[in-house]
Every structure is written in C-alpha cells, then in structure tokens.
Design a protein around this ligand. Structure first.
Ligand code: NAD
Length: 495
C-alpha cells in the first residue's frame, strides 16, 4: 500500500534564490504585460505573458524568414558551422540561466533541466560539426557514358512546431539542423512553455545567427496558425513534435502543398524485463525511463512487461524506490520529481489508477494527488494490471508504472507489438543474444538495451508506425532539411 499522504508538507518548496534567478532571465526577455499567460506548474501562478500573434503576424514571420533564408542558403558550410559553434558556446555559458528557466516554466527538477540543457546544446554542437561534412557523392552510370554527381540543397523555409515537455531540446533538435542545412525557420513553441525558446533564440541572435532568419510565433490559436502557414507556398518543410492526433492533422494540411514532413509523435514504449536480467540494473533503468520528466516523455517506459520469475522482486523493488522519491517544485532543493504540466494531467493519473484498481490491479505505491496547489501526483506503481485496463495500453504521460506479467519471449514480443505506435522499447536481459533478438523483433524506432536513457544527439531518434516519419539527431537529422539533387555529366571518348 501507498505510504504517501496528501498534505502539503510532503512537498519540497521552491528555493527563493533559484526562483529569483529564473525571474531575472524572464525579465530580460522584454515580454509584453499581457498576452498568453505562462504559469508555474508547481504553484499554478502566472510567471509571464507572451505575445499572442495572429495570422497576419504569422504570415509576416514567414515573409521575413523566407527573405533571410535566400541569403543564408548561399552561405558556405563553414560560415554556418561557425555561427552554430558560437551559439553552442553561448548556450553553455548561460546553462544555469537556461536550466532555471526550464524548471520554472515546465516544472522539471533542476538537475533534469541541467541535463536537458546539455542534451539540447549537444544538438547545436553536433550540427555545427555535421554542417561541414561531405553533402554528396559521385558515381558512374552503369552503362557508361555519364558521371553522376549528387549534392544536397537546403529544402527551404521550415516551419517547426514543438511540445512543452522539453522546451529547449525539442527546439534545438529542429533549429540546429535547419540552419546547418542552409534553411530559415519559423518556430511555434507550445503556449505552455514558450519562454525557453524565446531565450534560446535570443542567444542564437547574439551568436550572429541573422536576426530575421529564425522567427518565433507564439500563438494561442495553433490550428489557425498551421492552416494558414502550411498552405503558404514559400514554406517547404514542416517538422512537428507532439501528439499523433495533431500530427495526422498536420500531415493532411501538408498534402495541400506536398510539403516535406517530419513527424515525431506519441509513444507507447514496452519495458521488458526477462528473468535473467540484473535486477538492480532493471530497477534503475525503470526509474530513469519512467520518472525522467515526470514520465512526460514520448519515450517514457509505458507498458512494463516483467517475466513471472522476476516479477515479484521487480515490482516490490520498484515500488520501494518510487516511495522514496522526493516530490516538489522543480526549483526546490533535492526535488527528484516535479509537478505534472497541468491539472488535467493530474486528473488523468487519478482516473487511470482508479480504473486499473477497479479491474483488480494492485496498488503498490502512490496513487494519490499531492499538495493543495500546483499539479502533483505521487510516484505510483500498479502491479498485475489486467490487459483490459485503460492504463495497460494508452500513453500514460505521468509518473505511473503499470506492470503486467508474461511467460515467454514469443508472447511478450507479440504483446509489445500489439499497438499502433512504435517509438521506443526497452529490453533488460543479461543474455546478449536474447536482448538483441528481442530488440530486432520490436516494432519501434529505437531500443534501450539494459538502459533507460537511450537518447543522444548523435543518434537518429524517431518512430515507426503511427509514432512518426523521419529522424532527428545524427546525420539523418540533417537530411530532413536537405533535398538530394544530381547532375548527369555526359561523357564521350576523345582522341
Ligand atoms: P500536442 O500535439 O498537443 O502539441 C504539440 C504542439 O503542437 C504544441 O506546440 C501545440 O500548440 C501544437 N499544436 C496543437 N494543435 C495544433 C494544430 N492544429 N496545428 C499546429 N500546431 C498545433 O502535444 P503535447 O501535449 O504538447 O505533447 C505531448 C505529446 O507529444 C505526446 O503524445 C508525446 O508523446 C509527444 N512527444 C513526442 C516526441 C517525439 O519526439 N516523438 C517528443 C516529445 C513529445
């Protein structure tokens, strides 16, 4: 049973100095007195307002970025790399400011915000390095008579739409490859967390990214924005990270102008633990894959499948560690789990927990709202979750681990793949053969093998099935902003 209570004193409060630091960064953004309100998820209080840009403003942003993009496309790879290196240096220099800002507007613990700054900055450095790598190749026509040279051209103006859960990393993962490829960008951050994007782009401009090249459109009317902007023929690319539902809408819009599209959508990651797994490693991996960002990550462990021989020890061990997690404001000292993004998310955790318990699941930890303000839910473990429970199959997006049990390798692979989504998967086994065989059969874009944190700027992140199209990170992430062309050079004998 859960040992948590619902009183305020279980929550760690925000550190006043840390809040003051974040607020100094916000004050430096030059924001309007009113507009779209941004709230601190730890308290629900308004911390800033950002401009609510209408369709006319969005089209102006398209025009400005498009014009700047024509000149940027003609810069050399080295020039683009230097600017990106300078941006990276500023992101590193201002890492503490960025981390405090991320915690303040999104709620994640400061230690995780620092990790996001490192991860988000890594994309800028990576694409500074990729910008100067060879962007084409050479081949002979098989029947002779021609040489074929390929090269990559910037795809053109890119519209970038990002979610609230990683406000820096989701933005740099798109802006950096777009700039490296020679494209201009119009970015629409989530209205829940626009401040980090505003600050990061301010730093980009200080680093000599041309002022007009990256335009930010903060708006409360996302659908009007996409309906207008994606139909503008100056736009040649859309890159979206968010829910599968919105992704489908954007793909439909993209079809009107046959827009290049990258879609990083929802996940439903299986986390598979075999009897031969190292128990401590599996529990540590589960905590990382479940609690990072409070479970509000598209690659969060979503469906725990644990083999019968190890299931009791795993469930008890995980529950014990989850009960010890300190919950509080992201800017509180020692906070390991912050608030959820809004009250709707808290109500969802409540309903998923109650629904599973009503069907016979065992509540081993948590299961309660915490605090009287803010959006807190206790780290929760449900064991023996029946397959019929809603929590057994939907994207949970919160600090709730739902454990199901299995017998055989074949069975678990079939259950893991019985979903429309396919972003991440996790396999824990000390047998390298078993781990790789199962990883090969999972219908996902990425697999964490004996580890719960698979993301890396050098890796091609992305999903299969309805989790998305295209890849971000790695060399593949740059190709999303390039179109391949070839020159066919006629050859004939000379004497
Ligand atoms: P969301 O789809 O509601 O919103 C994402 C972004 O799209 C926000 O900026 C939002 O304002 C905007 N948006 C919403 N409707 C729009 C429309 N009609 N036209 C244009 N823009 C629109 O998702 P969310 O709640 O912010 O994020 C959670 C979802 O994102 C989860 O499903 C999660 O799995 C997914 N996600 C995926 C990845 C990935 O890389 N695959 C990463 C992070 C989050």
């Amino acid at each position: 049973m859960s040992t948590v209570t619902t009183t305020d004193d279980v929550l760690i409060g925000a550190d006043a100095d840390a809040v003051a630091l974040a607020d100094r960064v916000i004050a430096g953004l030059g924001l309007p007195a009113d507009g779209i309100e941004v709230a601190d998820p730890a308290t629900g209080e308004r911390i800033a307002s950002v401009e609510d840009i209408d369709v006319g403003g969005a089209l102006q942003a398209v025009a400005t970025a498009h014009e700047a993009g024509l000149a940027w496309a003609r810069t050399t790879p080295r020039q683009r790399a230097e600017v990106l290196h300078a941006w990276h240096a500023l992101l590193v220099e201002r890492a503490e400011d960025l981390a405090h800002l991320i915690s303040r507007e999104m709620g994640k613990p400061l230690a995780e915000a620092r990790a996001e700054v490192k991860y988000g900055s890594d994309f800028v450095r990576w694409y500074a390095e990729e910008a100067v790598r060879p962007a084409g190749n050479f081949r002979e026509a098989p029947d002779g008579g021609a040489s074929i040279v390929t090269r990559r051209a910037p795809v053109g103006l890119a519209v970038l739409i990002t979610p609230w859960n990683f406000p820096l990393a989701m933005a740099t993962r798109k802006i950096a490859p777009a700039l490296a490829a020679g494209c201009a960008a119009v970015i629409k951050p989530a209205d829940l967390t626009p401040l980090t994007t505003l600050f990061a782009v301010q730093l980009a401009r200080q680093a000599d990214v041309p002022g007009e090249l990256v335009q930010i459109v903060t708006t409360s009317n996302a659908s009007k924005f996409s309906e207008t902007v994606l139909r503008d023929e100056r736009v040649r690319k859309v890159s979206f990270t968010g829910s599968t539902q919105v992704g489908r809408t954007l793909l439909r819009l993209a079809s009107d102008t046959v827009l290049r599209a990258s879609m990083e959508l929802g996940g439903n990651a299986p986390f598979i633990v075999f009897d031969d797994a190292d128990l401590d490693r599996a529990i540590a991996g589960a905590l990382a894959a479940k609690l990072r960002n409070g479970g509000q990550s598209c690659i969060a462990a979503n469906r725990f499948y644990v083999q019968n021989g190890i299931a009791d020890a795993f469930a008890e061990g995980l529950a014990e560690r989850m009960r010890d997690v300190s919950v509080g404001a992201g800017l509180g000292t020692g906070t390991a789990l912050g608030p959820l993004i809004d009250d709707r998310a808290v109500r969802r955790m409540r309903a998923l927990t109650d629904g599973a318990v009503a069907l016979g699941a065992q509540l081993l930890a948590g299961g309660t709202e915490l605090g009287s303000a803010g959006h807190f839910f206790a780290p929760t473990v449900l064991d023996r979750v029946p397959a019929a429970a809603e929590v057994a199959d939907i994207e949970i997006f919160g600090p709730l681990a739902a454990i199901q049990r299995f017998d055989s390798e074949a069975e678990v692979v079939a259950r893991a793949n019985a979903t429309r989504l396919g972003l991440a998967g996790y396999v824990f086994s000390e047998s390298i053969d078993r781990a790789l065989n199962v990883a090969d059969r999972l219908e996902t874009g990425l697999v964490g093998i004996n580890q719960g944190l698979p993301s890396n700027a050098a890796a091609p992140f992305g999903g299969v099935k309805q989790s998305g199209l295209g890849r971000e990170g790695g060399g593949e992430g740059l190709e999303e902003y390039q179109s391949v062309r070839f020159y066919n050079i006629a050859r004939r004998e000379t004497h």
